[in-house]
Design a binder for this molecule. Structure first.
Ligand code: PMP
Ligand code: GLU
Length: 397
C-alpha cells in the first residue's frame, strides 16, 4: 500500500527508538544501562494512584468534555495562579493526551504551508517533525555551548522574515538543560513581540530546576506577551506520570477552541481516569517534587563531574531538566576495530556495544557534536554507567 507523502517524510522519534532498543536488549538478557529514556525513574505519587482507583470505582469511566473536565481545568488554573500569578479563564485551557499531543494540536491549528517557525537548536526531537506535519517549515536557530545553549535577541532577529509565524521556546531545555533568566527572556520576547510572532512555550520541565533558580513563564512577562503566548505543560515530568498521558495548553481562547475542535475529530477527551489522577497531582502535596528535584540535582552534579574528567569530553552544566548534553566530538576521527567514529550515531553505537550503555545521538536534536544522557535513572546505574563509559573510551586513545 502506498503511504502518503506526509507519512513518508516523517522521522521516527529517536528518543523513543533508543529507549525501546535498550528495553529490548535488556529483555534478551543483555546487561544494558539505559541513559536514553526521558522519563523519571520515580513512581507516580501514591495519592495520584489512589485517586485514579477511586475514579474507576466511582464510575468516572465515560467520555468527558473534549478538552477535559471542569475540575481538571480548575486544578490547572489553580497551579498557574499559585505558582506564577498567572490568571486565565477556563475557555483558555485545554487538556490533551500528553504535552506532545498538545504541541501537535497547537501546530495543526496555527500553521499553514509557507509559514516559518523558529526552533532553537539543540531542540527536542518532535518540534521539527510536528511543524512539518502542519505543512510549515522549521527554521533552525543554532545556539552554542559558549552562549550557554541560549538564543540571543540578535540571533533571533536574523532568522525573522515576513513568513515567520512563531517561535518555539523550551526551557529548562531538553536536551541541554539550559534555562533563561528574566532579563534574557525579556530581551528575546521583545524581538518576538516586535515581529508579531506567536510564542509557543514548552515549560514541561519548569519544576525540575536547580541551584535555587526560579522558573519564569514567558506569559508572566506582561499582559501583551501572555496574549501572544501558548503555554504548554503537563504532568509527565513533574509528577512522574509519563504513562498517564495528560498535557495542557493555556492561551488565546480562539486557539484553544480550534484545538478542541481538532481534538473532537481526532482523539476526543484525554483518558477520564488520568484526568482525575492529574487533579490529585496538581492539587496534592508538592513536597515529594522538591525531594525528587534535589535527587536529580545530586545525580546531575555527579555525572557532569565524571564527564568533564574524561579528557576528550566537555560537558555543559545544566540548570534544569534531567539530561546532560556532553560534546563528544573530540572522539570523532578515532578508529576502533577498523571502523572510524565519524559522528554522534557512530559514537552512540560504540558506547552501546563497548560499554553496554544506551545514550541518544545528538544529531536527533540538531547537534551532531553531542550525545544526550538522561540521568532519570538510579544513582547505582549512573555510577555503573559512567564507569563503563569511562573504561570504554580508554579504547579510543
Ligand atoms: N516537551 C518536551 C521538551 C519533552 O521532553 C517531552 C517529553 N516527552 C514532551 C514535551 C512531551 O511530554 P508528554 O507528552 O509525556 O506530556
Ligand atoms: N521527552 C522524552 C525524551 O525526550 C520522552 C520521549 C519522547 O516523548 O520523545 O526522551
Amino acid at each position: 500500500m502506498k503511504l502518503s507523502a506526509r507519512a513518508q517524510r516523517l522521522q521516527p522519534s529517536a528518543t523513543l527508538t533508543i529507549t525501546a532498543k535498550a528495553k529490548s536488549l535488556k529483555a534478551q538478557g543483555v546487561d544494558v544501562i539505559g541513559f536514553g529514556a526521558g522519563e523519571p525513574d520515580f513512581d507516580s505519587p501514591d495519592h495520584v494512584k489512589e485517586e485514579a482507583i477511586r475514579a474507576i470505582n466511582d464510575g468516572m469511566t465515560k467520555y468527558t468534555g473534549v478538552g477535559g473536565i471542569d475540575e481538571l481545568k480548575d486544578a490547572i488554573l489553580h497551579r498557574l495562579k499559585e505558582d506564577h500569578g498567572l490568571e486565565y479563564e477556563k475557555s483558555e485551557i485545554i487538556a490533551s493526551v500528553g504535552a506532545k499531543h498538545t504541541l501537535y494540536n497547537v501546530m495543526q491549528v496555527l500553521f499553514d504551508s509557507g509559514d516559518e517557525v523558529i526552533v532553537p537548536a539543540p531542540y527536542w526531537v518532535s518540534y521539527p517533525e510536528q511543524i512539518k506535519l502542519a505543512e510549515a517549515t522549521p527554521i533552525i536557530l543554532e545556539t552554542s555551548e559558549d552562549d550557554g545553549f541560549k538564543i540571543t535577541p540578535d540571533s533571533l532577529k536574523k532568522h525573522i522574515n515576513s513568513n515567520t509565524k512563531a517561535l518555539i521556546l523550551n526551557y529548562p531545555s531538553n536536551p541541554t538543560g539550559a534555562t533563561y533568566n528574566e532579563d534574557e527572556l525579556r530581551a528575546i520576547v521583545d524581538v518576538a513581540m516586535d515581529a508579531g510572532l506567536t510564542i509557543i512555550s514548552d515549560e514541561i520541565y519548569e519544576k525540575i530546576i536547580y541551584g535555587g533558580i526560579k522558573h519564569i513563564p514567558v506569559a508572566a512577562l506582561g499582559e501583551d506577551v501572555k496574549k501572544a503566548t501558548i503555554l504548554v505543560n503537563g504532568v509527565s515530568k513533574t509528577y512522574s506520570m509519563t504513562g498517564w498521558r495528560i498535557g495542557y495548553a493555556a492561551g488565546d481562547k480562539d486557539v484553544i477552541s480550534a484545538m478542541s475542535k481538532l481534538q473532537g475529530q481526532s482523539t476526543s477527551n484525554p483518558t477520564s481516569i488520568s484526568q482525575w489522577a492529574a487533579i490529585a497531582a496538581f492539587t496534592g502535596d508538592h513536597g515529594v517534587i522538591d525531594d525528587r528535584t534535589k535527587e536529580f540535582e545530586q545525580r546531575k552534579n555527579y555525572i557532569v563531574e565524571k564527564l568533564n574528567d574524561i579528557p576528550q569530553i566537555t560537558c555543559f552544566d545544566p540548570q534544569g531538566a534531567f539530561y546532560v548534553f556532553p560534546n563528544v566530538s573530540g572522539y570523532y576521527g578515532k578508529e576502533f576495530e577498523g571502523k572510524i567514529i565519524k559522528d554522534s550515531l557512530d559514537f552512540t553505537e560504540f558506547i552501546l556495544v563497548e560499554a553496554k550503555v544506551a545514550v541518544v545521538p545528538g544529531v536527533a536534536f540538531g547537534s551532531d557534536d553531542h550525545v544526550r544522557i538522561s540521568y532519570a535513572t538510579s544513582m547505582d546505574d549512573i555510577v555503573k554507567g559512567m564507569d563503563r563509559i569511562t573504561e570504554a573510551l580508554k579504547k579510543l586513545p
